[in-house]
Write a protein that binds this ligand. Structure first.
Ligand code: GLY
Length: 390
């Protein structure tokens, strides 16, 4: 497995997309016995995910992969396994097990909204609506944002993070389902707040952003998982790119599209030759730092989402870029031999500790659950006209 390639990738062909999906689906099928009644840890340990309880923010991605495998094959084995997972997600939200944070969209879109959209699973719909109710409880009118983590209203924790843009589709969906505008209104306001504060003048992004709990004024950008407050955490930029595409889908204002292009240009400019970023883009070739393959898949999905929305030459360019990114992952990073890993894509980075950030070091240079999911989603988007779970 060659993690560092100096060769610029070609666009992946349709045949290669199908072959890569077949490889991924075979791996998902092999994983079903271990992970039908268990969740998958957020990241692998020595390239193997351990089974865990359904209590992490990342638990939705594995059922999302199962749904994508179902879509690719039509095999009901995948449907039944994913519906067993839905029961676990319903139990989790009904009992509010580790749900007091903003990651309800990451949890409930690929697991339960997918179940509702694909097979009309009523419990999936019920669970996702309960998750949307939970998410809007974290909305802070003073500052107009959804608070990411921690005790609500406490100054040290009064912040949102750029990743939350991907939690918002759950709220748009909840309005569509219920006719109640409150979910959509909060999503729109939160997206606007992100647009206003999280993009720096050079078109890089802040991971987290603090607001003043008394006045609602913006206070400062910071990081949790990037190298430093002023560095360029690759996945944060990726969430920004994909988040702008989804924001544009739900509200057609030029600022989202323009910001998408600006964040994308910054990201592309920092990529090494093989189009897979180092975990923080302050690093480059020769720094001996790990990659984050998951950022590449997230950006590819953002590109394919925006391509569907805009059409024309811009869409051709976005699709071409996505095909190159996915080709690089499929050729050099995807798992082909189950003896070396039970994941789909190697060389992701969850949280790398630095002297300047506040995360715990975990999942460094490993498979990461959302990296596997978004790789599958990108391949699926390239293989068919896909109706999104988001
Ligand atoms: N949303 C948290 C992360 O990307 O690690």
């Amino acid at each position: 497995m060659n993690a560092v390639s100096s060769i610029a990738p070609q666009p992946i062909t349709d045949e290669e997309v199908k072959a890569a999906l077949d490889v991924a689906v075979a791996q998902i099928r092999r994983n079903l016995p271990e992970f039908t009644y268990s969740a998958q840890n957020h990241s692998s340990v020595n390239n193997f995910y351990p089974p865990v309880a359904n209590n992490q923010w990342t638990a939705g991605f594995w059922p999302g992969e199962i749904w994508l495998a179902f879509e690719h094959t039509g095999d009901k084995t995948f449907q039944y396994a994913a519906q067993i997972q839905v029961q676990s997600f319903l139990h989790r939200i009904e009992n509010r097990i580790e749900t007091d944070h903003h990651d309800m969209g990451f949890l409930y879109s690929p697991s339960c909204i997918a179940a509702w959209k694909l097979v009309g699973d009523e419990d999936g719909r019920k669970a996702a609506l309960l998750a949307a109710d939970q998410l809007i409880e974290r909305y802070q009118p003073i500052g107009q944002f959804i608070q990411a983590w921690g005790r609500k209203g406490v100054a040290e924790e009064y912040r949102y993070i750029i990743d939350c843009l991907l939690n918002l589709p759950l709220l748009y969906w909840a309005t569509e389902q219920t006719g109640d505008q409150k979910y959509r209104d909060i999503a729109l306001i939160h997206a606007r707040t992100t647009l206003k504060n999280s993009v720096r003048p050079d078109d890089s992004t802040y991971h987290t952003f603090y607001m003043d709990p008394e006045t609602g004024a913006p206070v400062r950008g910071a990081t949790k998982q990037g190298y430093a407050d002023d560095s360029f955490w690759a996945r944060g930029q990726a969430w920004g790119v994909a988040g702008m595409a989804f924001s544009y889908r739900y509200e057609r204002i030029d600022e989202y599209r323009d910001t998408f292009d600006r964040l994308l240009a910054f990201y592309l400019n920092k990529l090494p030759a093989d189009m897979v970023p180092y975990w923080d883009m302050v690093f480059s070739d020769g720094d001996n730092e790990p990659r984050d393959t998951s950022a590449a898949s997230i950006v590819a999905c953002g590109l394919l989402e925006m391509a569907d929305l805009v059409g024309g030459e811009a869409a051709d360019r976005y699709r071409d870029l996505a095909r190159r990114m996915i080709k690089s992952l499929a050729d050099h990073y995807a798992v082909k031999d189950p003896a070396i890993s039970n994941g789909l894509v190697l060389h992701g980075t969850y949280s790398k500790k630095s002297p300047y950030n506040t995360c715990r070091g975990e999942g460094v240079d490993e498979c990461v659950s959302w990296g596997d999911y978004y790789y599958m989603e990108a391949l699926t988007r390239l293989s068919r006209s896909w109706s999104s779970y988001w």
